[in-house]
Design a protein around this ligand. Structure first.
Ligand code: NAD
Length: 353
């Protein structure tokens, strides 16, 4: 065995009610002038955090949007400069945390993040910015949040549909980490346990979205899966989701959820250890079928067609997907990607097909 593992400098505070610890986290980092970030719909929560911070909050920017449009990032940087902020506090999902990262990239300001979905961006040094319909991404240690406060109580009102698809978005990070070229023993453990947690918690969340123990288990799984994303190189699945979101504007978490079983069906036969780990975590002998049936059973969309992809787009995606070489357990040929996408377009693995 040989591997390389680099731990990311990251402090995590986890537990129901831990939102109350945000002021201490700011103090630990020596931050006294925080700009609080949120999406428009989460303005109320931003206000709550601003009140908690008191004098340590110098402003709010509540216009975060999906995929971090460059003009929104520029406006947020302007607000950070005008308010002489010494850090940002991003409360919300990947869109808000992404905005915090964009500010950090431009200004070097540290970010505290309070995640309220299962997307996992808070655990990664990956940033994204969208301009003229193209999303650029990169890795930079400067954008990695310095402190992450996970409070499951903040996820109680995440709608059931979004909870399921966001949960499968997290599972996708773990699946690709398990066959990543830079997998290491610690990541294997986190990935298997993250999938196990989410697979156990999501049905309970669907049954009762206010089930705090289930929400806690789901968020714990999301943390582990996010840490896998931050520690490894993603492959075909994330590449395809990036194209589907960036070029065809398909919704992020839903796209991950629908596509994952098809990429798993393609890749896992060439990644036996990943397959074994996922079989254990999901208690199944057929990982891809299990992923498809479970997600659809929990109310997720079953096909890419259902979330807006048209058959005539397939060639363009195939072209982009095979255009640049990247790590993947199986060779990414045009025929393979076309076949996989066509299956996902029609939802062939899901019940009712
Ligand atoms: P999101 O942040 O866009 O949130 C979706 C919607 O749900 C928003 O309107 C938000 O206000 C609302 N919401 C969030 N939490 C809620 C809660 N607890 N209760 C009620 N409503 C809530 O969605 P997302 O899936 O978390 O993030 C997707 C974005 O994150 C994409 O742009 C994706 O590319 C990015 N992302 C980046 C990374 C990375 O490492 N850089 C990782 C994962 C995702």
């Amino acid at each position: 065995m040989s591997f390389t593992y680099e731990a990311l400098p990251m402090r995590v505070v986890f537990g129901a009610g831990s939102l109350a610890q945000v002021p201490q986290e700011a103090e630990r980092l020596g931050l006294r002038r925080l700009l609080v970030l949120s999406t428009p719909t989460r303005r109320g929560l931003a206000e709550r955090i601003a009140a908690l911070l008191g004098d340590a909050c110098v402003g709010r920017f509540t216009d975060a949007r999906m995929h971090v449009p460059a003009d929104i990032a520029a406006a947020a940087v302007k607000t950070a400069r005008e308010t002489r902020a010494d850090g940002c506090l991003a409360v919300g999902g990947g869109s808000t945390i992404g905005l915090g990262k964009a500010i950090a990239l431009e200004t070097g300001l540290p970010v505290i993040s309070v995640p309220t979905t299962y997307a996992g961006s808070e655990m990664t040094p990956v940033w994204g910015l969208t301009e003229n319909g193209r999303k650029r991404t990169g890795r930079d240690r400067a954008v990695l949040p310095r402190s992450v406060v996970y409070d499951p109580e903040l996820t109680l009102r995440l709608p059931v549909g979004a909870s399921v698809t966001s949960g499968f978005n997290a599972i996708a990070h773990a699946v690709e980490a398990l066959y990543a070229p830079d997998i290491s023993p610690i990541v294997s453990l986190m990935a298997e346990e993250g999938v196990r947690s989410l697979a156990a918690a999501l049905p309970a969340v669907v049954k009762d979205p206010h089930d705090l123990p289930a929400r806690t288990e789901a968020l714990r799984g999301a943390w582990l899966c996010g840490a896998c994303l931050g520690a490894t190189t993603m492959s075909l699945h994330h590449k395809l989701c990036h194209i589907l979101g960036g070029t065809f504007d398909l919704p992020h978490a839903e796209t991950h959820t629908v596509l994952l079983p098809y990429v798993a069906a393609f890749n896992l036969p060439a990644a036996p250890e990943a397959d074994q780990a996922l079989r254990r975590a999901l208690a199944t002998t057929d990982v891809s079928l299990h992923l498809a049936r479970t997600s659809v059973g929990l109310g997720a969309p079953r096909s890419l067609a259902e979330i807006g992809l048209a058959e005539e787009h397939v060639d363009e995606i195939v072209g982009q997907a095979v255009g640049q070489p990247y790590a993947n357990p199986r060779p990414v040929t045009a025929e393979a990607v076309r076949s996989l996408l066509t299956d996902a377009l029609h939802g062939t693995l899901a019940p009712g097909s």
